[in-house]
Design a protein around this ligand. Structure first.
Ligand code: NAP
Length: 437
């Protein structure tokens, strides 16, 4: 099968490609890729991705051999793809996986609309040309696999329904959700108009692998866990809210089964934990015990987080932000501006934590069981039956072990923290000995 794939330098798509290498006996890939902000060219970036794949050396060589890089620029006509290569894509592509998006929560609407909506429109334009070309030459219809998000439903107070081809989102939580909803409307409209073969995947929050605990991206709940570990999150709220986090290997296994299986060609699959979402209090309590017991920094004290009502939490966040803002205006010290920016970034995450979000997943689970080799998402938390017996071992510990092994992917420098911790204690010791004299 010939695949045109976007998002290969991201978190999720490389895991799908690893799986496709095992499930499709003759995969050929065209990868849409761009230079990065540091100026690394596409070959260098792709080599780094292949190197990081969880495949053996021989399989990596096959990926290199069977891949062609397509340099893209979303803002240009035909994604900026050279005309000969664009024609080759139209002639050769069987399936498109559109997994690229800007997943940041703090971007201005006009800016994030380009990678999330305009990109999707241009991918559809390519898909449409492939569809026409294949129809004209008597080939089977192509399929477009589009990765949306459960959070495109926004601030939905009731359990979030599984609709298809309808879509009734509430007010968006942020510009990411807003633009992902806009892209989904666009895609659904094409399905309604032309009965296109398009499968939409709706993962909720994608976390590290249930098998290894590893992740490429440490955002959202990872940031909250990190701030808790560093003692920079004295308060939290909504302790009974359940975060819907699903492991990346489960998400990739489903998407790759659907793609390689070639039996489901239209619809929406919500990839959610549903009723097995992880309660915030569990995330805190088990996390606190784990980090205290395994803290690599001697003498580092992890404060317990106090749970407060939502309004108190929101009020304190605003008060702290305004305080740092005032300090910046008063002192022009860049540290305060950085703190304001940090809080604004966190504010983008808060709706996911403070607002109740329950994702229905029953219809999707039926499709998942029918069309893939997967069952329910592995749970992060240990689950007890009504007699109090442990029936399922969660993978939360693997996730936490990875955060300590990697320092949250390099965000936490344990050596520095150790020096800071020691430095903090030293004056106290000196003071005590001075007092004794
Ligand atoms: N992660 C989650 O929790 C989650 C949950 C639900 C749904 N999803 C969806 O899953 C998909 C994959 O997410 P992810 O977590 O893997 O995201 P990610 O790690 O941030 O990767 C995003 C990918 O999109 C590419 N991209 C973004 N803007 C681009 C542009 N203008 N031109 C070309 N490429 C561009 C990035 O390329 P560069 O490296 O060049 O920037 C990167 O390959 C997205 O559609 C996302 O909305 C993610």
């Amino acid at each position: 099968m010939n695949y045109f794939v976007t998002g290969i330098t991201g978190t999720v798509v490389p895991v799908i490609v690893e799986d496709l290498m095992k499930k499709d006996n003759n995969p050929v890939f065209y990868f849409a890729i761009r230079k990065d902000a540091k100026g690394n060219d596409i070959e260098k970036r792709f080599a780094a991705v292949v190197d990081s794949l969880d495949l053996d050396h021989a399989a990596k060589q096959i990926v290199l051999k069977k891949s062609k890089l397509v340099e893209i620029d979303v803002e240009q006509e035909n994604l900026g793809i050279a005309p000969d290569l664009y024609a080759e894509l139209i002639a050769n592509t069987d399936k498109i996986l559109h997994g690229a998006a800007d997943v940041r929560f703090d971007q201005p609407y006009e800016k994030i609309r380009v990678p999330n909506v305009v990109f999707t429109e241009k991918i559809y334009a390519l898909f449409d040309k492939i569809k026409q070309q294949r129809a004209a030459t008597g080939k089977t219809a192509p399929t477009l696999y589009y990765i949306s998000t459960g959070y495109a439903y926004g601030d939905h107070r009731k359990p979030i329904p599984e609709e298809f081809p309808e879509f009734h989102p509430a007010a968006p939580d942020n510009t990411y959700a807003q633009t992902k909803a806009e892209a989904k409307f666009f895609i659904l409209d094409k399905i309604k108009q032309f009965n296109d073969q398009i499968v939409i995947f709706e993962p909720t929050i994608i976390g590290g692998s249930a098998r290894t605990g590893r992740t490429k991206t440490y955002n959202l709940h990872y940031v909250v866990m990190m701030l808790g570990y560093l003692g920079k999150l004295p308060f939290m709220t909504a302790e009974n809210n359940r975060l819907d986090i699903v492991p990346v290997d489960w998400v990739a296994a489903i998407i790759s089964d659907i793609m390689a299986g070639d039996a489901l060609h239209q619809g929406v699959l919500r990839l959610a934990a549903g009723e097995n979402g992880i309660p915030i209090k569990y995330l805190h309590d088990v996390g606190y015990d784990f980090y205290v017991a395994n803290d690599p920094v001697p003498g580092h004290v992890i404060p317990k987080i106090r749970f407060v009502p939502r309004w108190v939490f929101n009020f304190m966040v605003q008060a702290q932000k305004n305080f740092y803002r005032l300090m910046y205006f008063g002192t022009r010290n860049a540290r305060f501006r950085k703190l304001v920016k940090g809080i604004s970034l966190l504010e983008g995450y808060f709706p996911y934590i403070t607002r109740t979000k329950v994702f229905k997943n029953q219809k999707s689970m039926e499709l998942i069981k029918k069309y893939t080799n997967c069952t329910e998402a592995p749970t992060l938390q240990d689950v007890f039956d009504k007699n109090g017996h442990l029936v399922q071992k969660g993978y939360y510990r693997k996730i936490m072990a990875d955060t300590l092994e990697t320092g949250w992917g390099g965000l936490v420098d344990f050596e520095r923290l150790e020096k800071k911790t020691a430095g903090y204690k030293a004056p106290q010791a000196a003071t005590v000995s001075a007092l004794r004299k």
